[in-house]
Design a protein around this ligand. Structure first.
Ligand code: BG6
Ligand code: MG
Length: 216
């Protein structure tokens, strides 16, 4: 297919931090007397921290003044970091290391495109930072997924056109962002949770080297 850049989302693709985001957001939602459901969480995936809090406030029918908004963002992140600090190489999702290794050996460039402001910390804890030529995360973008900025920034910084990029994403917001950027979008998860993707696999264990050959 002649793709040159593999753009990985982090949370839910490389490591199952999505479950920790859910636990921490559920605690925040409880402060507003709202019981955050799995279906609600599915819609939060891929959104920035602030966009996620806004969604929860909408669900709970609550408005916050700007200083309380900041306090809740910080509260959520501090709780989330308690889980993240425990993450090790053993938490890398099955098939990821093999895929990174395969792409690296084939000289396919690898980059990260994540909404998270904790992305570098997590990559370091997983001991896989060196695989990534560049990391574009929530600290560097103004507009978060479903806006394509994060992926466009990565492809521009790498000097590789959108058409030659493949994005691996576990969120619908990320799939929309990848398609809006003009890239090939690979959804990771249950295909019933996604629309408008190019390919879908349940996880990276099901993406063997033949599949990767086909994608790149
Ligand atoms: C995304 C997650 O990768 O990062 C979202 O899918 C999360 O659930 C977002 O809200 C921001 O993460 P962080 O670590 O900056 O709070
Ligand atoms: Mg994700």
């Amino acid at each position: 297919m002649k793709h040159e850049l593999a753009l990985f989302d982090l949370d839910g693709v490389i490591v199952d931090t999505a479950k920790y985001h859910f636990i921490s957001w559920r605690k925040i939602a409880k402060c507003f007397n709202y019981e955050l459901k799995t279906e609600d969480n599915q819609k939060l995936k891929g959104l920035s921290r602030a966009d996620s809090l806004n969604q929860i406030l909408n669900l709970a029918n609550i408005t916050l003044d700007p200083s309380s908004f900041k306090i809740y963002l910080e509260k959520k992140n501090q709780d989330y970091l308690n889980y993240v600090r425990e993450i090790t190489v053993d938490d890398i999702l099955p098939g990821i290391l093999e895929a990174l290794d395969f792409l690296d050996k084939r000289r396919i460039k690898i980059a990260l495109g994540s909404a998270s402001k904790n992305a570098r910390l997590i990559l370091d804890q997983l001991e896989i930072t060196s695989f990534f030529k560049i990391v574009v995360d929530g600290n560097q973008v103004k507009k978060s997924k479903p806006h394509p900025e994060v992926f466009l920034k990565a492809s521009m910084e790498m000097g590789i056109t959108s058409k030659k990029c493949v994005v691996f994403e576990d969120s619908q917001a990320g799939i929309i962002a990848a398609k809006a950027a003009g890239m090939t979008a690979v959804a990771i998860g249950d295909k019933n949770d996604f629309a408008n993707y190019d390919f879908c696999y349940p996880n990276f264990s099901s993406i063997n080297t033949t599949e990767l050959e086909m994608l790149f």
